[in-house]
Design a protein around this ligand. Sequence first.
Ligand code: ADP
Ligand code: 5GP
Length: 188
Amino acid sequence: MAHVIVITGPSGVGKGTVIRLLRERMPSVRLSISATTRAPRPGEQDGIDYHFLGAEQFDLLIAQGAFAEHARYAGQQYGTLRSELEESPGEEDVIVLEIELQGARQIRESMPAALQVFIAPPSFETLRERLVGRGTDSAQTIDERLAVAGDELRAQDEFSEVIVNDRLGDAVDALERLVQGQLRGAID
Ligand code: ADP
Ligand code: 5GP
C-alpha cells in the first residue's frame, strides 16, 4: 500500500511550491492529481495540474463513489479520485494529496495511517501578500480565499504536524524530514 501524505493549509501559503521542491529532492514522491470544477488558470493543463470537469460530470462521479474525498471550496468542487491512490509499481511509493481542510478531515477518518501535515503562514498578512503576489486570482477570489483561511488557520491544532512556511528552504527541509520519518517508521 502506498504511503499517503496529506498536505493542507490555506490557499497561498505555499503548499504547491513546497511540494514541487520536495519532489525534486525525492523523485519517488507522487502527487495525486485532483478533480475540480474550477476553470483552469492560464498555463494549467488538464490531466497534469487537475482533471478539469464540468459540474455534472463531478456530481456523477460523486454518485458513483469515485472519490476518496471531496469538498466544496470557494464555490467550486474539488476531489481526490480513488484511482489516484492505486499503487504504482515502484517500491517506497509515497503519494501526496494537496487538499483543503474538509478533505483532510475525511481522509483522517478513512485512512488514519496517513501522515497529515498543516502548512501555516508566518502571519495572515503574509498570506494575503502571497496570494496577491502569485497574480493568479482576482481581488474577489482572493477575498473569498482569505475569508476561508481564518477558519482553516483556527483548525491547525487538529494536526500533529504543523510547518510554518516562512523561509522556503526550511519548510522543504521540515517536510522532507517528516516524509523520511514516515518511510523509516514503515520499515522499522
Ligand atoms: P498554495 O499552493 O498553498 O496555494 P503556492 O505554492 O501557489 O500556494 O504559493 C503562493 C505564492 O507564494 C507563490 O507566488 C509562491 O511563489 C509564494 N511562496 C511560497 N512559499 C513562499 C515562501 N516561503 N516565501 C515567499 N514566498 C513564497
Ligand atoms: P486552487 O483552486 O488554488 O488550485 O485550490 C483551492 C484549494 O483546493 C486549495 O486549498 C487546494 O489544496 C484544495 N484542493 C485541491 N485539490 C483538492 C482535492 O482533491 N480535494 C480537496 N478537498 N481539496 C483540494
